[in-house]
Design a protein around this ligand. Sequence first.
Ligand code: SF4
Length: 289
Amino acid sequence: MRYREPVFRPPSEAESYLLPVTDGCSHNECTYCAMYRTKRFSVRPEADILEDIRLAARAYPDTRRVFLLDGDALTLAPKRLVPVLEALRAAFPELQRVSSYANAVSILNKTDAELAQLRALGLSLGYLGLESGDEAVNASIVKGATIDEQVEAVQRAQAAGIKMSVMVLLGMGGAERSREHAIATGQVLSRMDPRYISCLCVTPVPGTELFDAVEAGTFRMITPEQTLVELALLLEHTDVSGAVFRSNHASNYLPLGGRLPADKARLLAAVDAARRGEVALKPEYLRGL
Ligand code: SF4
């Protein structure tokens, strides 16, 4: 088994077997993201992937979860993904879930029948970084897909049975578009109606355009207290049929978790309590990326 550093995975994939299928990200242009700046995008040879699966099956035969690396393994055509999914099913009898980061273009490039085929072969969860539902913010961060395209991608994946986990970034609109960003993001989450919503706080990373803009003073970060205002606005405008909501990523100032819509009032009350100073926000030195 071989990994090319750096390797990233969602927090909820901590127990998963991480299988490199591609290296890097085929888009690699989001202005806030440095994850794969040091990796040129490439597709691993099928023989190498299948050999990795054989080795993993020997070492970890009771594997239940597999996460396909790297930034958007779903960019691969079905004819390349199908043999990988088939090999995983054959290698791991107890396999319950195969997941991957999934950007909108990678999903939209597949037909409904192809998405259904991938789901039938075990691909059951995709992680999409919406970051902002505000079209102006979306364009400024060079997300590579319009808001409508991202909504359609989530809806089509879920119609095929692939559950979607959507990530959003508090503060992505900066101080200038804070309110618009928060409201629009809640509204777009409502249109997407994903099964999971993860709320993170934007953190400028050296080597990104966002970091340079913050340094130059052309992007003004919101304060920790303003992230609470955004979180409340976002929750108020999020109307989904049934989703797990989390803001417990290391970057958050106020870790929350619950189900929407059932826990909406409780989550909003927790944000209000924090805004009144009744709950301490996570200190800066305890935050991570
Ligand atoms: S945020 Fe995702 S799509 Fe954008 S550059 Fe980073 S890995 Fe690629």
